[in-house]
Design a protein around this ligand. Structure first.
Ligand code: ADP
Ligand code: MG
Length: 696
């Protein structure tokens, strides 16, 4: 057994290391920056940089890099060595405060959604001292934000940090008005659960679709899928166990609190959950987790698939974003306690989330939108593309009472209290039932389940924080004008429940009944990325983001543009890959097999044993029919792909992809998959689903 406490954080320039290595005064002023957002002095930066460099070199690092999260959704880094040549031909290892604080990568190849022309290539990265520096691949990695020469935000981290500040400021303001005199800060806490698939690397390499697009574009359903539910929480196989053990150790070294791991519902599917952390750190750690997962898998002869839907007909992978707010003195604002009906802070915060979610349904949906996730949402395995909140019957009853102005000592509330008194049990009992909800209250936090497995968690937390900050802010305005704070709060809660209870749904979200009900309630159903993303630029959303200084109007437009563009690009690449596979692999395979069968028919004819209804002849005819169909559909897809180039408008292009390209791909796939079930295995050009899913 390894010494976990010894390993944990050993590659992180954390508080421990800082307090041991930085001069007292420097350490104190760095803390001021971290905790109070005070501007950083260059002398402090110089001292921190020097200490960081010495520490990193002791750990074997030779380079440093600013590590940031551009709008591609993954991380970016550009490595520079510490090397500084001297006049006598020797070198010294140097790293200045200036280099720590600011970097200037050439930004022209990162998506900017029209915010920046290529000739204005300059971009800046700036140190985020609230997330610790760490060592990865012999480089000192410094978490940074990323913006353009003109100051426009080009990353996912900056808006997240801004939204954390917004919800902090508004929550503190509100809590103070409600009589909390201890509160100085409210933190966003997040724990993302990460799902993934592991498949054998050699098998994986034989599938061009997996290698190029991350998912199978063809593939007939295997005889055994997940029907037997024998994988979920099942015994972990030795090869997977070895992978998980090494993954944990690598993550612990980086200070990631990897905690829970288990098999998921689908064969070859697994999950990793960390202990929650402050939102920006959780976002950094989740990016690291995804990266390290891929690397460690590779070392074990495995491929880690983070795509939302690697296999049709088998559950896809998501990411559950557990979100909560907690004060400087450690109070979780969403902890109901033994008597939730007396816990005003909890009830007010709960109502605020309901209002925020109802108003920002479209934005929350957008944070989960991508070509990959379109296959999951609404596919009876992940929540539908309709946002709603699960509260459980007990809390819903409390809110019903509040709406009627009845909460307090009355009988009904008391029976309700008994139910919630045993909240841990209540939570357990209902977990199964509410697994279908996109946003479930799970005891002391909200669990958002729509995110795709490959997503950055930055966007969804930016939206939740901002939307909740806005409700807090408006409520605080109201309280400031009120004569009696308590009465005003009760009135506000009652009104809020009335106005926004339509967002609560405690039933099974996977049913058609719910979809119909949601339509009756007037909730958004934004089925695809092409339907959802254009709502980003809705007037109310621009108002929300600009009011809280999260995005400017042009930053919102650019993000909308980037998302639509990436949706089209992904589908375009997938379509091209399908064409290549159909023409170069599947068709030749079908032809070869048809030839063999046709030869068999001819042989039978030659020796005169063929009778009417001969099975070989039937097979030959069926193969030929399907081959012709395959040919026609390949042609049709090719023509559809060509049609895509006729527009430069991303909105138009995304509708075209949704309405024309995706259906053409689906049609081609269905005939190829049918062929896969009748062509002899030795002719089929790539490993099938059974080999992929049951091979590890
Ligand atoms: P599940 O029942 O969904 O498996 P768990 O209780 O294991 O959920 O928790 C899931 C995630 O929620 C973990 O990452 C955990 O750290 C996180 N979590 C727990 N409490 C909070 C909180 N107050 N704020 C944010 N995340 C939290
Ligand atoms: Mg969960």
């Amino acid at each position: 057994m390894r010494d976990v406490p010894e390993i944990f954080g050993s590659l992180v320039f954390n508080d421990d290391v800082m307090s041991a290595r930085l001069p007292r005064e420097i350490y104190k002023s760095l803390h001021k920056t971290i905790e109070e957002g005070k501007a950083l002095d260059i002398t402090v930066a110089n001292a921190v940089a020097a200490a960081m460099k010495d520490w990193a070199i002791e750990k074997g690092a030779t380079h440093y890099t600013h590590w940031f999260q551009p709008l591609t959704g993954i991380t970016a880094e550009k490595h520079d060595s510490f090397l500084t040549p001297q006049s006598d031909g020797r070198i010294i290892m140097e790293f200045s405060g200036k280099e720590l604080i600011k970097g200037e990568p050439d930004a022209s190849s990162f998506p900017s959604g029209g915010l920046r022309e290529t000739f204005e290539a300059r971009g800046y990265t700036a140190w985020d001292p609230t997330s610790y520096a760490f060592i990865k691949d012999d480089s000192l990695c410094i978490p940074t934000i990323f913006c353009s020469f003109g100051g426009e935000v080009l990353d996912k981290k900056t808006p997240l940090l801004r939204s954390m500040e917004a919800v902090n400021a508004k929550a503190v303001r509100l809590l103070k008005l409600m009589g909390d005199d201890q509160v100085t800060r409210v933190n966003t806490t997040v724990g993302p659960e990460q799902e993934y698939f592991l498949v054998d690397k050699e098998t994986y390499k034989k599938r061009r679709d997996l290698v190029i697009t991350g998912r199978t574009l063809f593939g007939a359903k295997p005889p055994k899928g997940q029907e037997l539910d024998d994988h979920y929480f099942g015994v972990i196989k030795p090869r997977v166990m070895a992978f998980m053990q090494e993954l944990n150790i690598e993550l612990w070294k980086l200070g990631v609190y990897a905690k829970t791991e288990h098999n998921e519902a689908a064969p070859a599917q697994h999950e990793l959950a960390p202990v929650f952390a402050t939102a920006n750190i959780a976002a950094d750690h989740n990016q690291l987790t995804m990266e390290i997962m891929k690397k460690v898998a590779d070392k074990h002869g495995l491929a880690c698939l983070l795509h939302e839907k690697p296999f049709a007909g088998v559950n896809g992978s998501g990411k559950h974003n557990n979100w909560s707010l907690s004060t400087n003195y450690g109070k979780n604002l969403f902890k109901p306690g033994k008597k939730p009906q007396d816990n005003k802070t909890f009830l007010v915060c709960l109502c605020a989330v309901l209002e925020a979610v109802d108003i920002s349904q479209d934005l929350l949906r957008i944070t989960s939108a991508s070509a990959g996730n379109d296959h999951r949402l609404g596919a009876a395995e992940a929540p539908p593309a309709i946002i709603s909140v699960f509260l459980g019957d007990e809390l819903t009853e409390i809110l019903d009472a509040i709406e009627k102005g009845e909460h307090g000592e009355n009988k009904k509330a008391e029976t309700v209290v008994t139910g919630v008194d045993v909240l841990p049990d209540f939570k357990k009992d209902t977990t199964d039932r509410n697994r279908t909800s996109p946003l479930a209250f799970t005891g002391n936090k909200f669990e958002f389940r729509m995110l795709g497995s490959s997503f950055s968690i930055a966007d969804v937390n930016t939206v939740i924080n901002t939307a909740v900050a806005d409700v807090f802010d408006r409520l605080a305005d109201r309280l400031e004008m009120a004569e009696n704070i308590e009465e005003e709060l009760d009135k506000w809660m009652s009104q809020t429940v009335t106005a926004h209870k339509r967002i609560i749904f405690n039933g099974n979200n996977y049913t058609q009944d719910w979809v119909n009900e949601a339509h009756r309630r007037g909730l958004y159903e934004l089925k695809t990325t092409a339907d959802a993303v254009p709502h980003f630029v809705n007037e109310k959303n621009i108002e929300l983001f600009t009011k809280h200084k999260i995005f400017t109007k042009s930053e919102i437009a650019s993000r909308c543009e980037i998302m639509l563009d990436s949706y089209c690009k992904v589908l375009h690449i997938e379509a091209l890959t399908m064409l290549e596979m159909a023409k170069k692999e599947i068709m030749p395979a079908v032809l070869s097999y048809t030839n063999e069968v046709a030869n068999g028919v001819k042989l039978k004819q030659d020796i005169g044993i063929i009778a009417e209804g001969d099975a070989t002849l039937k097979l030959c005819t069926r193969l030929t029919d399907l081959y012709n169909k395959l040919y026609r559909r390949t042609d049709a897809l090719e023509a559809t792909v060509a049609g895509l180039s006729s527009t430069n408008d991303s909105l138009e292009a995304s509708s075209y992809c949704r309405d024309k390209l995706v259906p053409a791909m689906t049609k081609l796939r269905s005939v190829a998959d049918e062929l896969e079930t009748i062509v002899a295995e030795k002719y089929w050009p790539y490993p099938n689903y059974s080999e992929l899913l049951f091979n590890v």
